[in-house]
Design a protein around this ligand. Structure first.
Ligand code: ARG
Length: 418
C-alpha cells in the first residue's frame, strides 16, 4: 500500500461516489489521511445529516462551511446579467466555484497536500472544481474519473469493504439542490422521450385550482432587496420567493442541455425564485434602459452566462463584462409587480424614477410629444421610412424590364435566354 502523501481534502456529500473515494484515496493514491468538506449552499438539512453520519462511520474528520450568504449574493448578482444557459438559471454552475474555493481554503488551513472530488469524467462539475483548484499548488485528484469507476463497481466495492452506503445510491435520481435551483437527473429521465412523474418535483406544486397572486419585487442597482415592501437579506429573499412562487408551480424547466464536453443531456430543474426574479428584473430593464443598451446587453448577458456555466466567473472577460453590466444597473432601481398564476409568472406593473418614459410623449391624448416636437414633425420621418427598400425594389424591377425588352428586340424568348 503506497503511503506518505499527507492529507487530502475531499469534497464530501456522503453519497456513494464520495464515500468510496475515502478508502481509494488511501489505497490507490497513498494518502495517509482524508478529511471531508461539505459546503452549505442551501442544501436540505438531511444532506448534512447524511454527510455527518457517513463521515463518522468512515472515521473521517468532517468540516462544514457555511457559504449560503455568499452564494445567495452571487445568485442575485447573476440576475443583473439576466443569467441563464439554454433556459437554465445556472444553480449548480454558480455554486461550484463557491464550493471549490471554500474547500481549498479548508485544505490550506488544515495543511493538506491535495484536494479531491468524486465527479465523473462525463459532467461539467469536474471542470468547474478543477478550474479553481488548479490555480493552487495543491495536487488535484479525481478518483472516479481517473480509475474509471462505474456505479456498479462502486456498489460492489462498498459492499465488500462494508462502507456506510444505504441502498447504494440513496435514491432513483441524482439530485443537486442549492438555494437557487434543484436539479433532477438520471434513471428514466435520461431518456428525452420519457414524461417525468410529477413526484420528481419538491419545490413546485401542481397549480391547478390555485388562485393567482401578485408579488412586488423591489430592486436597487439591479439587485433584489425587498418583497412586498419587506426588506430581506439575499438568503431570506430567495427562500421567500421560492416558497411563494413554488406554490404556483412556477419555475419548472425540462430541457436538453449541451454540456461542456459536448454531451447532450436531458435535464429537469425547478427554480421558482430564479424565474420570478429574472422575469421582474428584465421587466425593469425594459423600463429604464435605452433600446440600444438592451440590445447590446443581451449579448453581454449571454457571454456572462456562458462563462458562469463553465464555472469561470473569475475570468478576466467576466470582469470586463461586469463593467458594462454594472454601469447599466445603476438605473435598474424601482419595483416590478408580477402575477403568479397557473405555473407562470408575468410582469403586470413596473415603476422607477429612472423610467425612460414620458407619459406626455407616448399618450394618444396629448398633442405635444416632448421638447417642442409635434405630431406633424413625424411626416418627414414617415416619408423617408423604408426609402432604401422602395428604391431597391424599383431598381430591380427596372433592370428586369430592360432585359426583357432587349430580349424581345433580339427576337428570342426572354425565358430561354440566360
Ligand atoms: N447539468 C447541470 C450543470 O451542469 C446540473 C447538474 C446537476 N447534478 C445532478 N447530479 N443533478 O450545471
Amino acid at each position: 500500500m503506497p503511503e506518505g502523501n499527507g492529507t487530502v481534502a475531499l469534497a464530501f456529500s456522503g453519497g456513494l461516489d464520495t464515500t468510496v473515494c475515502v478508502p481509494l484515496l488511501k489505497e490507490e493514491y497513498g494518502y495517509d489521511d482524508v478529511i471531508g468538506v461539505t459546503v452549505d449552499v442551501g442544501q436540505p438539512e438531511y444532506e448534512f445529516d447524511e454527510a455527518e453520519e457517513t463521515a463518522e462511520a468512515l472515521d473521517v474528520e468532517h468540516f462544514v462551511v457555511d457559504a449560503k450568504a455568499e452564494f445567495a449574493d452571487l445568485c442575485l448578482r447573476s440576475v443583473t446579467a439576466n443569467a441563464d444557459y439554454q433556459g437554465y438559471p445556472l444553480g449548480t454552475a454558480l455554486a461550484r466555484p463557491v464550493i471549490a474555493t471554500a474547500i481549498l481554503d479548508v485544505a490550506k488551513e488544515q495543511g493538506c497536500s491535495a484536494v479531491a472530488h468524486g465527479c465523473t469524467g462525463k459532467g461539467n462539475d469536474q471542470l468547474r472544481f478543477e478550474a479553481v483548484w488548479r490555480d493552487s499548488d495543491l495536487e488535484v485528484i479525481a478518483p472516479v474519473r481517473e480509475l474509471g469507476l462505474t456505479r456498479e463497481w462502486e456498489n460492489e466495492y462498498a459492499a465488500e469493504k462494508d462502507l456506510p452506503v444505504e441502498g447504494g445510491d440513496g435514491g432513483r435520481y441524482s439530485i443537486d439542490t442549492n438555494i437557487w435551483s434543484r436539479s433532477i437527473e438520471g434513471s428514466e429521465l435520461e431518456d428525452p422521450g420519457t414524461i417525468p412523474d410529477d413526484d420528481i418535483y419538491k419545490w413546485t406544486e401542481n397549480p391547478d385550482g390555485k388562485e393567482s397572486e401578485l408579488l412586488e419585487i423591489e430592486f436597487e442597482d439591479g439587485i433584489a432587496v425587498a418583497v412586498d415592501g419587506e426588506e430581506l437579506n439575499s438568503v431570506d429573499l430567495i427562500q421567500t420567493v421560492n416558497e411563494t412562487a413554488g406554490a404556483h408551480g412556477i419555475g419548472r424547466t425540462d430541457m436538453m442541455e449541451d454540456r461542456m464536453l459536448g454531451l447532450k443531456v436531458r435535464e429537469n430543474y425547478e427554480h421558482p425564485a430564479a424565474t420570478v426574479l429574472l422575469t421582474a428584473h428584465e421587466a425593469l430593464e425594459g423600463l429604464v434602459l435605452t433600446q440600444e443598451e438592451r440590445q447590446f446587453k443581451a449579448q453581454v448577458d449571454q457571454q456572462w452566462s456562458h462563462k458562469a456555466y463553465q464555472g469561470l466567473i473569475d475570468a478576466p472577460i467576466v470582469e470586463a463584462l461586469e463593467g458594462f453590466i454594472d454601469s447599466t444597473q445603476e438605473r435598474v432601481t424601482g419595483t416590478v409587480t408580477v402575477k403568479l398564476e397557473g405555473g407562470h409568472c408575468r410582469p403586470v406593473a413596473r415603476d422607477s424614477e429612472y423610467a425612460v418614459y414620458s407619459e406626455e410623449a407616448a399618450s394618444f391624448d396629448s398633442e405635444d410629444v416632448t421638447g417642442g416636437i409635434e405630431q406633424k414633425d413625424a411626416t418627414g420621418v414617415a416619408k423617408y421610412h423604408g426609402f432604401q427598400s422602395r428604391l431597391a425594389k424599383q431598381v430591380t424591377a427596372k433592370v428586369k424590364a430592360n432585359k426583357e425588352n432587349e430580349a424581345v428586340a433580339d427576337g428570342g424568348d426572354p425565358e430561354s435566354q440566360e
